[in-house]
Design a protein around this ligand. Structure first.
Ligand SMILES: [Zn+2]
Ligand SMILES: [Zn+2]
Length: 232
């Protein structure tokens, strides 16, 4: 019935109609995921305060102790598992942009209290052209609006399109990402909150944090929708 109604309406009117839940397909009122499916979203277990990898009693992990990354803290909304993985993939590869607002709402309670700027993980221009949008920007924009923090767009560019290879050891992955970003602004004394969808190896976030610190950032914290269970 709703599908029939929706077909003849412009996109804006569609937003006002109750929608089918993205996960189970039932009618779910406003928003893309119903209340029941929201309870299924995989919470992130206690983890390392620096990189958010699950650890016993939330202690700092061995890797961050041995070889600290350039970022200072990581806040992860969820574990990267069903149905959250589907939600993130649908946003990225099937252009379900309504899901970005839903994920931003979920991250809201995790935003650290200090005064900061929000910086979405930049996408290489070639990826941006292929996809048509940067999912990190789509998540960070409603978040910035909701908490009243400035959104930093355009100050940092991704100039290398390399993805960190999970098969490489951590040190090699870091080297692999060197020079991936170019920054044209000063972040002197600022706290920067980097917003990203999924944190896997952390090597890209590490390189971005290194770039921001070279340009004066006092503190860099990652705010990610989901964390994969292990860095490799
Ligand atoms: Zn549902
Ligand atoms: Zn760690």
């Amino acid at each position: 019935m709703l599908a029939v109604l929706r077909r003849g309406l412009p996109a804006v009117a569609n937003l006002l109609l109750p929608q089918d839940c993205f996960v189970c397909g039932d009618d779910c009122g406003p928003g893309p995921v119903c209340a029941a499916c929201r309870t299924l979203l995989p919470s992130q277990p206690a983890g390392c305060p620096v990189c958010a990898v699950p650890t016993e009693e939330g202690l700092t992990c061995g890797r961050c102790l041995r070889d600290p990354p350039a970022f200072d803290a990581t806040h992860a909304g969820f574990a990267y598992a069903f149905p959250l993985d589907r939600i993130v993939q649908a946003l990225k590869y099937r252009h379900r942009l309504a899901l970005a607002g839903f994920l931003a709402d979920a991250l809201l309670p995790l935003v650290p209290p200090e005064k900061a700027v929000l910086l979405p993980m930049p996408l290489h221009v070639r990826r941006l052209r292929e996809r048509g949008f940067n999912q990190a920007v789509e998540i960070a924009r409603p978040l910035a609006r909701a908490i009243g923090l400035p959104l930093e767009l355009g100050a940092v560019r991704r100039v290398l399109n390399t993805a960190p290879q999970a098969s490489l050891p951590w040190k090699a992955r870091r080297v692999n990402m060197r020079g991936a970003f170019r920054c044209d602004a000063s972040f002197t004394g600022k706290t920067v909150i980097v917003v990203d969808d999924v944190m896997t190896t952390g090597a890209t976030l590490d390189e971005l944090a290194r770039t921001l610190k070279r340009h004066g950032a006092a503190r860099v914290e990652n705010l990610v929708v989901a964390r994969t269970p292990s860095p490799a």
